[in-house]
Design a protein around this ligand. Structure first.
Ligand code: JFE
Length: 246
């Protein structure tokens, strides 16, 4: 997979050079390229923003630098058989979920447009629809100052799903949200810590009971912390052996 990120703060994306995503790039599993939007301006001040039509506070990102930058990254990938996906972080976007991460991990090329100020001139998304599948995406119902933090989260969530990135693919199967429930609590040595004991079932060696306890804990936690997820959860979709906890 190739991922391009366009931002006026390219150094904000430096953490992607670390840890699993950085190693995936070194191993050739991921081709990550970060571009400075100001490199696509033509004036001596490298201007990327201007005042909003209709008035109001703040500034809006100009369309031409974005069109030049997006055209450059789209053209840069002639091997792609399908239109690249242009992901535009925005408080007004569709919710980014684990399901979306899996969907996007199957794409050949993702392009992330990191807005700043009050956002990007809307005509850029209209123009881009000819060359990209355009997807405005929100991390959650709170307002950030720009798209970079959202891109760090999305690239990590997507990148870790790519084959070979996570050492043990098994660990991707049972994690939160992979089956519609939150994950169960985890413990490690010592078994007794500050007068707090590890649940006895986990020390029993009875794998059937352990699986049942973990399923029940997933359900209890989800009901307690995210009852909204339970509305969509259907135990009937679970493998028969997993249903004993409900
Ligand atoms: C566009 O509407 C806005 C209204 C007020 C402020 C801002 C600031 N801002 C600029 C670019 C940008 C990109 C993403 C986000 C964002 C995403 C999520 N989930 N929260 N915040 C916020 C952004 C934008």
């Amino acid at each position: 997979m190739r991922i391009d990120v366009v931002s006026i703060f390219p150094d904000y994306l430096a953490p992607l050079e670390l840890s699993l995503i950085g190693k995936a790039c070194q191993d050739g599993l991921l081709d990550l390229r970060v571009h400075d939007l100001r490199d696509f301006t033509t004036d001596r001040h490298r201007t990327v923003d201007d005042t909003p039509y209709g008035g109001g506070a703040g500034m809006v990102m100009k369309s031409e630098p974005w069109a030049q930058a997006l055209a450059s990254v789209a053209a840069g990938n002639t091997e792609a058989a399908t239109k690249p996906v242009l992901i535009v972080p925005s408080p007004a976007g569709e919710r980014f979920t684990q399901a979306a991460a899996h969907e996007l991990a199957a794409e050949e090329q993702l392009v992330f447009a990191c807005g700043r100020y009050e956002g990007i001139d809307e005509r850029v998304m209209e123009w881009a629809a000819e060359y990209f599948t355009v997807r405005p995406m929100s991390l959650g119902d709170y307002v950030l100052n720009g798209g970079e933090v959202a891109v760090l989260a999305m690239v990590e969530a997507i990148g870790r799903l790519l084959p070979g990135v996570v050492g043990n693919p098994e660990s991707l199967v049972e994690e939160s949200h992979s089956d519609g429930l939150l994950e169960y609590p985890v413990y490690t040595k010592p078994s007794s810590w500050r007068d707090r004991e590890v649940p006895a079932v986990l020390l029993s060696g009875n794998h059937g009971k352990i699986a049942q306890w973990r399923r029940h804990e997933q359900y209890r936690r989800t009901a307690e912390r995210r009852p909204d997820l339970l509305a969509e959860f259907d135990a009937a979709k679970l493998p028969r052996a997993d249903r004993t906890a409900f």
